[in-house]
Design a protein around this ligand. Structure first.
Ligand SMILES: *Cc1c(COP(=O)(O)O)cnc(C)c1O
Length: 344
């Protein structure tokens, strides 16, 4: 069978997870009657020290509900240039909420509070767009799984408070950040007004994200979730997978990080221009093929012909993501395939 490292979304629910799904008590969640959804929302909110949470089918919707609560139409959200909200949500903030975005660039997506604060323009009056919120992605996906330094997050909170700005955390992979940094979920939670977390990335659930904030914002977001067509019924089936993922699949992310590091070191040994292994902190290995005579797409094709699936995310940028359906044997095999594909 092929080894699939295109993303950590490619995992399939384990037998244990399927059993949890099969035995979940359920009810109609639009009526607030699904006990498994309710307990999941409360559980995740408590983990991050937030008042409430709302379950969503996707991380994009969790992000969009959050920023909709923070930014009015015609106002501005600041985010890093390669953030998921800016690049991978198909303009949803503009299309659905009338939110404009302005971006700052960062190497590896690494947060420096000053980069964001310097371009913030709150209360700009009738001439320029007013900034009302800043989004931080942790870990940073297109940055290569970068863990944002807690010192910069603190700095950003301080500066945002002085300017009267709200902060949103795109925490699709906050689980990976926690495992890599040792910073608690509650500590991450305290610096942000809204948070989105994904259960379907490294944690291995088939579907599901949660948006966290105050009870007031979450109650409003529930109305918007329904308006967007994502009011769902007996989704305790999906929430049960989320509970199972939180019970079983957080600590093991350390294995994903170790294997990503192994791959990075092996690639570095072949050609040091491709990756600096010290930048690989979590489960994402981003390769810069600028000095190679072939494109990322061609490299992906070469790998695929040998049974390894990877992503070509830019003309010269390839990405490999480790996950819970990828073990040490497959890691050794993947490294052999990469060696052949890189020299051939
Ligand atoms: C995957 C991801 C999301 C959410 O994606 P969906 O496919 O909509 O669930 C949000 N932010 C980041 C950084 C992601 O990697």
């Amino acid at each position: 069978m092929a080894i699939d490292l295109r993303s950590d979304t490619v995992t399939r629910p384990s037998l244990g997870m399927r059993e949890a799904i099969a035995s979940a008590p359920v009810g109609d969640d639009v009526y607030g009657d699904d006990p498994t959804v309710n307990s999941l929302e409360e559980r995740v909110a408590a983990m991050f020290g937030k008042e409430a949470g709302v379950f969503t089918p996707t991380g994009s919707l969790a992000n969009q509900l959050a920023i909709r609560m923070l930014v009015n139409p015609g106002e501005e959200l600041l985010a890093e240039t390669n953030s998921h909200i800016v690049r991978a949500e198909l303009g949803a903030a503009a299309v659905f909420s009338g939110i404009t975005t302005r971006t700052w660039p960062a190497n590896y997506g690494l947060l420096k509070a000053a980069d964001a604060l310097e371009i913030a323009r709150p209360n700009s009056g009738p001439y320029l767009v007013s900034t009302t919120a800043i989004a931080v992605e942790n870990t940073h996906n297109f940055g290569g799984g970068t863990v944002q330094p807690i010192s910069e997050i603190k700095e950003l909170r301080k500066g945002a408070d002085e300017l009267g700005l709200a902060l949103h955390l795109d925490g699709a992979r906050i689980w990976n950040a926690h495992i890599a940094s040792g910073v608690s979920f509650a500590e991450y939670g305290q610096y942000f007004d809204t948070i989105s977390v994904c259960l379907s990335k490294g944690l291995g659930a088939p579907v599901g994200s949660v948006m966290l904030s105050t009870t007031e914002r979450v109650t409003k977001a529930r109305v918007w979730r329904k308006r967007y067509g994502a009011g769902m019924r007996q989704i305790g089936l999906l929430a049960a997978a989320g509970h199972y993922a939180l019970d079983n699949n957080i600590e093991r992310l350390a294995d994903d990080h170790r294997r990503a590091k192994e791959i990075a070191h092996a690639i570095h040994a072949i050609d040091s221009s491709l990756i600096d292994p010290t930048t690989v902190q979590t489960n994402i290995v981003g390769l810069d093929l600028a000095h190679l005579p072939f494109s990322a797409a061609e490299f992906a094709t070469r790998c695929r012909e040998k049974g390894l699936w990877i992503s070509a995310l830019g003309p010269k940028y390839a990405r490999l993501v480790t996950h819970l359906d990828f073990d040490d044997n497959q890691c050794a095999e993947a490294i052999e395939i990469l060696k052949i594909a890189l020299v051939a």
